[in-house]
Design a protein around this ligand. Structure first.
Ligand SMILES: C[S@@+](CC[C@H](N)C(=O)[O-])C[C@H]1O[C@@H](n2cnc3c(N)ncnc32)[C@H](O)[C@@H]1O
Length: 306
């Protein structure tokens, strides 16, 4: 078990839970948190409003039609509120705000990095990938690629590779498609679930997953490990970058702050209690390496066994 945060509700947590249970108060709290985040962005030099308004002014229908699979049925667990967006990941607002939100949220990881924190986080992961995977992968799948931030970072590290980005939100994929056109990047975007991708057996050397697992129920995490095992060629690698439940930051986090965090991340308890090492081994991988790559994140790398 990797559980590290004290989750027993104390008075402050019960108070936070009580406030969050009353819809108008919860909405007010969300509104305040959002205002604070946007102000923080401006202080950091991230022009939140300006960048989002520019994206909002576009007509997205062409990109949406190009990437969307209209037959896809969304699993129940995905239809929850995430990150204080009522539509969760299924809306334009989260899609158009993801880039500025990532730069703002990750600015706090290293005190001296400021708005470069997001780029530094991605680089810290890629440094571990290149150090631990000796042979550069030729076919890479970026599972849960969002608007493509993790996909373009992989392409910069492995410019020779053929890269596929897969996500369950067509809105995120539409933004990814637009950014790919802007960068003249050739990426294959796939609209599917990570647990049932529809992609061919043994078609990748590396499956990379950046900031997905904390958004999943444990049962789905297990299904995804099995799916990744199916997708990887012999000798292929699985690489995961996500929150590190064993980091001092989460160990020392006051329970009421963790409760607030859980109000924006509905499956955080399940992620924090997932034994990721055993789950990976059970799915047919060798024992993974687990390396801390930021004060609060870890990189998990495992090779297909046999
Ligand atoms: C925090 S974002 C990370 C996006 C991206 N990897 C990045 O580095 O910016 C998590 C992503 O996981 C996607 N996601 C969540 N559950 C999924 C699932 N079952 N299958 C595919 N994508 C999923 C969401 O739509 C969202 O784009």
């Amino acid at each position: 078990m990797t559980a590290a945060v004290k989750t027993s509700p104390n008075l402050a947590s019960r108070l936070v839970n009580g406030i969050l249970a009353i819809k108008p108060l919860a909405n007010l709290a969300k509104h305040q948190a959002r205002q604070m985040m946007m102000k923080r962005a401006e202080r950091l030099g991230v022009h939140w409003m300006q960048e989002v308004e520019k994206l909002q002014a576009r007509d997205w229908q062409r990109e949406l039609t190009q990437v969307q699979n209209p037959q896809l049925a969304y699993p129940e667990y995905y239809l929850r509120t995430f990150h204080a967006y009522d539509a969760g990941n299924l809306g334009w607002k989260p899609a158009l705000e993801l880039e500025v939100a990532a730069r703002t949220v990750h600015a706090g990881i290293w005190p001296d990095a400021g708005a470069q924190g997001d780029a530094k986080l991605r680089q810290s992961y890629h440094d571990i990938l290149t150090a631990q995977i000796p042979q550069p992968p030729q076919d890479i799948l970026d599972l849960a690629c969002g608007v493509g931030l993790s996909t373009f970072a992989l392409q910069a590290t492995y410019p020779q590779a053929k890269i596929t980005g897969l996500d369950l939100s067509p809105y995120f994929l539409a933004v990814a498609q637009y950014r790919a056109q802007q960068h003249q990047a050739k990426i294959n975007w796939v609209h599917a679930t990570a647990e049932s991708t529809g992609l061919a057996d043994a078609s990748f050397d590396l499956v990379s997953i950046f900031l997905l697992f904390h958004e999943l129920p444990q049962s789905v995490a297990h299904q995804i490990f099995a799916e990744i095992r199916r997708l990887l060629r012999p000798g292929g690698h699985l690489a995961i970058m996500d929150m590190n439940p064993k980091s001092e930051i989460y160990k020392k986090m006051p329970p009421y702050i963790f409760t607030l965090l859980k109000s924006t991340e509905p499956y955080l308890d399940e992620y924090f209690t997932l034994d990721i090492e055993q789950a990976i081994i059970k799915a047919g991988f060798q024992t993974p390496t687990i390396t801390s790559n930021s004060p609060r994140h870890r990189t998990v790398i495992a090779q297909v066994s046999g």
